[in-house]
Structure formats: C-alpha cells, structure tokens
Design a protein around this ligand. Structure first.
Ligand SMILES: Cc1cc2nc3c(=O)[nH]c(=O)nc-3n(C[C@H](O)[C@H](O)[C@H](O)COP(=O)(O)O)c2cc1C
Length: 211
C-alpha cells in the first residue's frame, strides 16, 4: 500500500495504516497469535492498554452500534471470579477420575490467578432490547475481542479468551443486567510461555459451496 493512496480508506485518517507492511504484520499476528496461559508479572502500561482497546472499537457492528464495553476487573472482582471459577471446576471437570493429576494441578493453578495475567477484562454487550440485538451484540463483541487479541499480539502482549461467564455465578460478579451478554473474559499480559501452534483443519475442508 502506498502512503496517501486514497484507494485505501485508511489513507484519509492521518497516522492510521497505509504503511507498506500493514498486511504482512496483520497476517503474521493472525498466524502467530496463541492462547497464552502463563504470563510474566510485568504490568501493561495504560497507554498500551488504551491502544489495544482502541483496536477493539474498530470492530464491525450492525448499524455501527458499537455495543461493547471493556470492563477491567479490579482485585476484589478478580478474586471473586477466580473463587467461583475454581468452585465450578472442582464440582465439574476436576472430578473426572481419568484426568491425570498433573493436568488437574495445571488447571487449578491457572484458575487461581489466571496464569499470573496482570490484566483481566470482560467484554460485555449493552443491554439487548430486540431479537436482532440478542443475535448481533455477542457477535460484535466477539469481533472486538479478536481485534483486541490481535492488537495485543502485535505489541508483544498475549491473551486468552475465556468462556467463564457461561457460569451464572461468575456473571454475577460483573454487575451486569440480565439482557447483557458477556462475549468473553480475557486474561492479558506479557507471555511467559508461548505454546506450540494447535493444528488447524485444512481450509479446503471448511469451504462449502451451494448451488
Ligand atoms: C469463544 C472462546 C472461548 C474460549 N474459552 C476458553 C476457556 O474457557 N478456557 C481455555 O483454556 N481456553 C479457552 N479458549 C481458547 C481456546 O482453547 C483456544 O483458542 C484454542 O484451543 C486454539 O488455540 P490458539 O488460540 O492458541 O490457537 C476459548 C476461545 C474462544 C474463541
């Protein structure tokens, strides 16, 4: 992309995009992002966090409603969420007798402090008032999460998308109404361990053509 080339819409916004390597960087982030479960204790600066969230706001949304809210969990809420997460695990998957003890210990360790992530946030939708909102808001919020994960990765910040809020006890901690969705809880920080890529099914097997 040539700077100033108006065939690219971002050229009209000074300072955004239109660098020659934009597409390469994006593709690299898409391919190299991993879900991170072990973080360094280093804090993420407010400036970096703001830039990452700003990328979230550029996600598409029906009618540009921008239904997302990025809720940063403070120490009390975080401890409440962790306690309820752990309780649910103990009552569920950690009861499975065939799950190896080492795996159980790793799951418990992650649930206790989210892998040491310095930032824990929930991406919450505004209250839905129609069937269309109920359909669209979680999707728009999910798009914002993916933007956040990729913008974070581009800045050497890792994250993991967690579906903890499927648990009503965890939803309670987030001070949201019954018509609000939680698209995900995201733990973020500098990766301590970057796992090997998980294999992907060949794209050809994921493409279907209708007559
Ligand atoms: C909607 C959603 C929910 C997820 N929930 C969890 C979760 O609760 N716990 C977890 O360990 N990983 C969770 N993940 C992360 C996936 O396990 C991970 O994306 C997948 O294994 C592929 O690995 P990768 O992200 O490193 O490519 C979730 C991912 C998505 C998109």
């Amino acid at each position: 992309m040539i700077p100033g080339d108006l065939s690219c819409s971002c050229a009209v916004v000074p300072g955004y995009g239109c660098k020659e390597n934009d597409f390469v960087e994006l593709h690299t982030a898409i391919r190299e992002r991993r879900s991170i479960r072990h973080f360094k204790p280093d804090p993420i600066s407010d400036e970096t966090l703001a830039a990452i969230f700003e990328a979230g706001t550029w996600a598409p949304s029906h009618g540009n409603r921008q239904p997302w809210e990025f809720v940063i969990l403070g120490p009390k809420t975080r401890a409440d969420v962790a306690a309820r997460y752990l309780a649910a695990l103990e009552a569920g998957s950690l009861k499975k007798p065939d799950l190896p003890e080492a795996r159980k210990a790793a799951i418990r360790a992650f649930a206790t402090d989210f892998g040491g992530a310095p930032v824990l946030l929930a991406v919450v939708g505004q209250a839905a008032t129609s069937d269309l909102d109920r359909y669209d808001f979680p999707l728009a919020c999910a798009a914002a999460i993916q933007n956040i994960l990729l913008a974070a990765w581009a800045r050497h910040v890792g994250g993991i998308w967690l579906s903890l809020a499927v648990n009503p006890a965890i939803r309670e901690c987030l001070e949201i109404g019954p018509d609000q969705c939680v698209a995900g809880i995201v733990a973020m920080g500098i990766p301590e361990v970057v796992p090997e890529p998980k294999p992907r099914i060949a794209v050809a097997a994921k493409i279907r053509r209708l007559s």
